[in-house]
Design a protein around this ligand. Sequence first.
Ligand code: GDD
Ligand code: MG
Length: 361
Amino acid sequence: MTEAILLVGGKGTRLRPLTVHTPKPMVPAAGVPFLTHQLVRARAAGVEHVVFATSYLAEVFEPHFGDGSALGLHLEYVTEEEPLGTGGALRNVAARLHSAPGDPVLVFNGDILTGLDIGALVATHRTSGADVSLHLTRVPDPRAFGLVPTDADGRVTAFLEKPQTPEEIVTDQINAGAYVFTRSVLDTIPDGRPVSVERETFPGLLADGAHLQGMVDSTYWLDLGTPHAFVRGSADLVLGRAPSPAVPGRRGEHLVLDGARVAPDAKLTGGTTVGAGAEVGPGARVEGSILLDGAVVGPGAVVRDSLVGAGARVGARSVLDGAVIGDGAVVGVDNELRAGIRIWCDARIPAGSVRFSADVA
Ligand code: GDD
Ligand code: MG
């Protein structure tokens, strides 16, 4: 039986205010809590038992996924009293695994959308005889990630988490947030205190001469940790650019969930999702965006690359571009909210009170 641990205890700080009431992995992407995509892909790769390592808003996961039988999985939930970091979280749940010391155990960061061939990562682990195998991907700017240089055989030579100096930027290969651990290696992580798998466990294993194997590929990969990336990832799921069997509908320009109301002349493009009970008014345009359940976009409004939270309202003729509107917030008519703006949950933006000038330096 293949087992996996899902790391889902982070605070999702960069995604606020979406993560004020909802942990990052539970924010809906393409109409379902993001984690659903990861779980269904793991199941398709033969994973049967998944242990959630939870901390922040831990109580939200189990009521939604239950024992996992609806997904053909056996799910268990373990909550840290204090956040234990990525490595401490792994050690904290290890007792729930059924795997023997030499068996492979999958580990996933809970915010990664990827086409990774999970079976190929497990196969790499077996054939290389590694202690840990890591999915690696290449990105143009690796500074926000864990840098993982490898030798000609794909063996990891160093692990540099979020490098601070130019000298440390030795590769464009980064840790893509999926690992296979030989089970006994998980049991060597110190117990009962915070441990970062990236800053402590991986560098420590390398210093001790352990075998860490990298598997680089160029499949779809995105960390959904920022609003911009989250909206992008959801749109890519709807468009079919990112693979997931869990998208509830056909791939295309838009996904409209049951109970949504869209005016006949409204335009939905670029992988937009309209949530259950959401409304899009006459003449409105919504491009590459997420409207969560019960959100309302007024007549003639334009919403581009943005996320409108549950029950939030965007007034007539308002323009959103790269904006995040928190749950329950109200943006009055004739506003213009651009690039990176975040409106907090339940906030009120009066009519015509925010404008954008490209002239201001
Ligand atoms: N249980 C638990 N406890 N989970 C945690 C904790 C904790 O204390 N801290 C973080 N996590 C979970 C998060 O919920 C997330 O799923 C995962 O661990 C990674 O945390 P992020 O906060 O998303 O880290 P990151 O994106 O800055 O960096 C990580 O991912 C990159 C790839 O996206 C690192 O693993 C990097 O090395 C990697 O390149
Ligand atoms: Mg992340």
